[in-house]
Ligand binder design. Structure first.
Ligand SMILES: Nc1ncnc2c1ncn2[C@@H]1O[C@H](COP(=O)(O)OP(=O)(O)OP(=O)(O)O)[C@@H](O)[C@H]1O
Length: 599
């Protein structure tokens, strides 16, 4: 298992890398995997029972057929009573028609079960992805995750909707045929079934290898999907730097890997079919020769041999089908392993109940905070900070010094590896996500907008104004002094935005993120290089808006341009993971000039 514990005081660094976790998880037993998988269809009792009854009736009817044929041969054909043959022919026809209806019924029922399972599963994974912390997304590629949500769930669906009942049907038919074979003649039955024992041993021995080959292939599909996603996300840089060849090469490598693993999986998946086929044919040969021998000795009848050969076919044909079904089962199990890896993850940023009384009068306080993104390097070392209500703080420092990391800890995108962050005097971990995001607003360096209108984007996650009309919102915007910003958009609140497209500029995106954050009226507002792409006039306008914010609002401004922080009450210099008070703007400038920069 992967490392995961929530300690009250010392959260550990989480390993969320799914491709690293997989090595430890591959050993999950098929039985355990199957048990957890069946929980997904636990609400489908009625349909499963109906499908099971349909398949039992279907198999029962198919099993009865050879017995009737044998009886007809011995009783009517040998005595030339052809009216009996016609009657039994009619009975058989009706039986086969009922078998067709039951076959169709189970296919329909299981198709529905499979699709509903797929639906539930995709929702479950997507909801889990929404719960997981930033570290998870830092450590995994989006393309691989998309492949798990789409491709792996589909493999499971294929097994459930197409193969599961066929699987059960084949087993039922085989058991029935096996019983008939042994009860008609024990010796002949044992000889006929001997090759099946070899098949079972062969299957048990090879299944883990087949599953491993399929797991490797699914992993490479995820890797290829990650390559596609990365090049699509960065197509402008690729074109600008003429790196097409480099990405072509990378994609080709991923594609080659996928090709090789697909061939490996295909080989493994097809190994059962010819072996099952050969052993089935050997079994039929044994039946025929041994049966003729028994007839010659007078211990068997021709009718019984006809029935017997039919039962041998009834036993070995489903066994042949099982070869393909077993492969589909192994693929489904490998997919399920990859899906359950995501479902079994827990966020390390859960709310914890501490029942503490406030231990600080500051709005936000860092007490001996240390932080690392991973095991390799500590990024923040023993930080002590206090942010009082209504004051403005600036974080300045060289690139890579730790400003954004400090801001991320303020808004609990991560927990400290050591030490405590206090909000309103209490451990920040004791607040629910809703309480915390209500209190703390964060304008990111690279604002993200969703596909929709400006209105939808500025009201994103704002339950207070969720139902306001355009006119009401315009009034609210005016009261918050944001109307000059809205005026920049040609169609105002209804200006259409497409996520990831260039329909609006980076500066305009920052303005929307700014309006989004201000309208939430947070107690603490963090601006991480939030005006870096905005012209000087608009930047001054933002300054005025910030000055007019409630006297209670605390501002934390991260900026490289010092003119944006001239009104700060306190300036902190963040360098090489250490934070110190910088004093006046001039002192800050000197520190910046002298400060050690990242090389
Ligand atoms: N997700 C991450 N995983 C691992 N290391 C990271 C991650 N994000 C930042 N770092 C590292 O943490 C250090 C501090 O980065 P941070 O982004 O906090 O600096 P910064 O002062 O905000 O820089 P800038 O002015 O360029 O925004 C850097 O060495 C950076 O490489």
């Amino acid at each position: 298992m992967f490392r995961f514990t929530i300690h009250n005081r010392a959260p550990v660094i989480m390993n969320y890398n799914l491709n690293q976790l997989s090595t430890g998880q591959e050993k999950q037993s098929t039985y355990k995997a199957l048990k957890s998988l069946l929980k997904l269809i636990s609400g489908e009792h009625k349909n499963l029972w109906l499908a099971l009854i349909a398949i039992l009736v279907n198999s029962g009817l198919l099993l009865l057929g050879p017995l009737l044929v044998g009886h007809t041969v011995d009783t009517y054909i040998r005595t030339k009573q052809f009216h009996g043959v016609l009657i039994f022919g009619g009975i058989l026809l009706v039986m086969y028609m009922i078998a067709m209806v039951t076959g169709y019924t189970q296919t329909r029922l299981m198709g529905g079960v499979g699709q509903r399972m797929l639906y539930t599963l995709r929702n479950a994974i997507f909801n889990k992805l929404q719960e997981l912390p930033v570290s998870f997304f830092n450590q995994n590629k989006a393309g691989d995750l998309i492949s798990r949500v789409n491709n792996d769930t589909d493999k499971l669906n294929q097994f459930f909707s197409q193969s599961l009942m066929q699987f059960i049907g084949s087993i039922v038919t085989m058991i029935g045929a096996g019983i008939f074979l042994l009860s008609i003649n024990l010796e002949l039955g044992a000889a006929t079934l001997a090759p099946a024992v070899v098949i079972v041993l062969f299957t048990v021995a090879l299944s883990p290898w087949v599953k491993r080959k399929n797991a490797k292939n699914l992993k490479s599909v995820g890797g290829m999907s990650a390559e596609i996603q990365e090049s699509l996300n960065n197509f402008k840089v690729i074109i600008a730097f003429n790196r097409r060849d480099y990405f072509r090469k990378r994609f080709n490598e991923a594609n080659t890997k996928n090709y090789k693993t697909a061939i490996g999986a295909g080989l493994a998946n097809n190994i059962f079919v010819p072996v099952y086929g050969l052993l089935s044919s050997i079994a039929q040969l044994i039946t025929l020769l041994f049966g003729i021998y028994l007839i010659s000795k007078g211990n068997f009848t021709l009718g019984l041999l006809v029935s017997y050969i039919s039962y041998t076919t009834n036993f070995y044909n489903p066994l042949r089908q099982l070869a393909a079904l077993w492969t589909s089962f192994q693929v489904a199990m490998a997919s399920w392993d990859r899906i359950s890896q995501i479902l079994s993850l827990e966020s390390n940023l859960k709310q914890i109940s501490l029942n503490e009384t406030a231990t600080s009068s500051a709005l936000m306080e860092f007490k001996n905070v240390h932080f690392s993104y991973d095991d390799s390097k500590e990024i923040l070392h023993n930080i002590n900070l206090r942010f009082e209500k209504g004051k403005t703080y600036a974080l300045i420092g060289p690139t890579g010094g730790g400003k954004t990391t400090t801001a991320s800890l303020i808004s609990r995108l991560y927990d400290p590896t050591k030490g405590t962050v206090l909000l309103n005097g209490k451990d920040i971990r004791s607040f629910s996500a809703a309480e915390r995001t209500q209190k703390i607003g964060f304008i990111l360096q690279e604002p993200f907008l969703f596909t929709g209108t400006v209105k939808e984007n500025i009201l994103y996650g704002n339950s207070q104004y969720a139902t306001v009309t355009d006119a009401e919102l315009e009034k609210i915007i005016e009261e918050a002094n944001l109307n000059a910003l809205l005026a920049i958009f040609d169609e105002g609140l209804n200006t259409q935005i497409t996520s990831g497209s260039d329909s609006i500029s980076l500066g305009q995106k920052q303005l929307i993120a700014f309006m989004r954050a201000v309208l939430r009226n947070p107690e603490l507002l963090i601006l991480d290089e939030a005006t870096a792409n905005i012209d000087t006039i608009t930047e001054q306008l933002l300054g005025t808006i910030l000055n007019k914010l409630s006297k209670e609002t605390t501002l934390v401004i991260i900026a490289h341009r010092l003119n944006t922080i001239e009104n700060a009450d306190e300036i902190y210099f963040v360098n090489e993971g250490e934070v110190q008070k910088a004093g006046t703007l001039n002192d800050a400038l000197n520190m910046l000039l002298k400060g050690k920069r990242v090389s």
